[in-house]
Design a binder for this molecule. Structure first.
Ligand SMILES: Cc1cc2nc3c(=O)[nH]c(=O)nc-3n(C[C@H](O)[C@H](O)[C@H](O)COP(=O)(O)OP(=O)(O)OC[C@H]3O[C@@H](n4cnc5c(N)ncnc54)[C@H](O)[C@@H]3O)c2cc1C
Length: 296
């Protein structure tokens, strides 16, 4: 069986910084806005391996600075208050040279404000892409789970599965209006979990549903992404109680309750450093954001 490690070595993730143009925007649900990027700035994406759930980091302009052109080696500061945010490539069309990202709208965060206000013709800088799903060969079924930030990645993964593959999907969203249909040749079961008025990042619906899930025979591959505290707790269950081999599991903290993305990155690095100083490995330490450490 090819493991995640084998797949990582086989696949190429070329990281670059580039400037793309906004082609169009659309509301795919009341709380999710699709932004289509295009233009020659996407040329570098034609090189290397593109996989479902590849992610990029957008360099979002400071408020009121529409013509902002980022320097990719520069980090945000008080003097230069732009924001860097990660989003999944929901769709990449190498012929039309277009890509879609689906952004969850939540309050007045930099990502939400930008997604609501950006206009066709505007430019946006981004770095990436980076793989967040490698797929592994020789497994019998998949379990894919997450909140609405993981919906673009899970949709892209599901679309890529060949017919005959069995996949069980668990998605936690606020209500039925956040649900999007899946297009796939695979044999899927979908469980939507509605958190209603409970704050995003504070619900245990996803973990409870995964705990209740009747485990199938054969070799599974489990992919989970969402709020960091929630996915860590699911990771704990899968590794310690289910005894799932780490090569059959991919867990990503996509955001962290109460921290903006910059604070989240800093906290992640501090946690790694503390874990390493205590003689632990990254694997002992329940951290899940290798993603955050590898991008600039
Ligand atoms: C590899 C990867 C792929 C991702 N793909 C997507 C994607 O396709 N679509 C997508 O929308 N997000 C995606 N995310 C998550 C996204 O990067 C974070 O949600 C990010 O924090 C959004 O930035 P912001 O400016 O909206 O909020 P921030 O300024 O980072 O945070 C402001 C406040 O909002 C909270 N917050 C952050 N995200 C959410 C949320 N979704 N719901 C409720 N509260 C939140 C924070 O805890 C903080 O308190 C991805 C993350 C990673 C690492």
């Amino acid at each position: 069986m090819a493991t995640q490690k084998d797949m990582r070595e086989k696949s190429q993730s070329t990281v670059f910084g580039t400037l793309a143009r906004i082609i169009r925007t659309a509301d795919v649900t009341p709380r999710m806005r699709r932004i289509t990027l295009g233009g020659e700035g996407l040329d570098p994406l034609l090189v290397g391996t593109r996989l479902p759930a590849d992610a990029i980091k957008l360099y979002l302009p400071p408020p009121g600075k529409a013509g902002f052109k980022p320097e990719f080696s520069v980090m945000p500061s008080d003097e230069n208050p732009f924001s860097i945010r990660a989003y999944t490539i929901r769709r990449f069309d190498p012929v039309a040279l277009e890509l879609d990202i689906d952004i969850v709208l939540h309050g007045d965060s930099p990502g939400s404000v930008w997604a609501r206000s950006v206009q066709p013709g505007d430019q946006i800088g981004f770095v990436g892409p980076r793989h967040d799903y490698l797929g592994i060969e020789g497994v019998d079924w998949l379990l894919l789970a997450g909140d609405e930030t993981a919906q673009p990645a899970i949709s892209a993964i599901v679309e890529s599965l060949p017919s005959g593959t069995q996949a069980h999907i668990f998605l936690e969203v606020s209500n039925q209006f956040d649900e999007l249909p899946f297009q796939t040749n695979a044999d899927i079961s979908v469980t939507w979990l509605h958190r209603g008025d409970v704050a995003s990042g504070k619900s245990d619906l996803l973990e409870q549903a995964i705990r209740r899930f009747e485990w199938q025979d054969g070799v599974p591959y489990v992919w989970v992404a969402g709020e960091t505290g929630i996915v860590r707790s699911i990771r704990h269950y899968l590794r310690k109680e289910r005894k799932l081999d780490k090569e059959l599991l991919h867990i990503s903290g996509y955001w962290r309750y109460g921290l903006n993305n910059r604070e989240f990155d800093l906290k992640t690095v501090q946690e790694y450093q503390a874990a390493l100083a205590a003689g632990k490995t990254i694997d002992d330490h329940h951290d899940v954001d290798q993603v955050e450490l590898e991008l600039p």
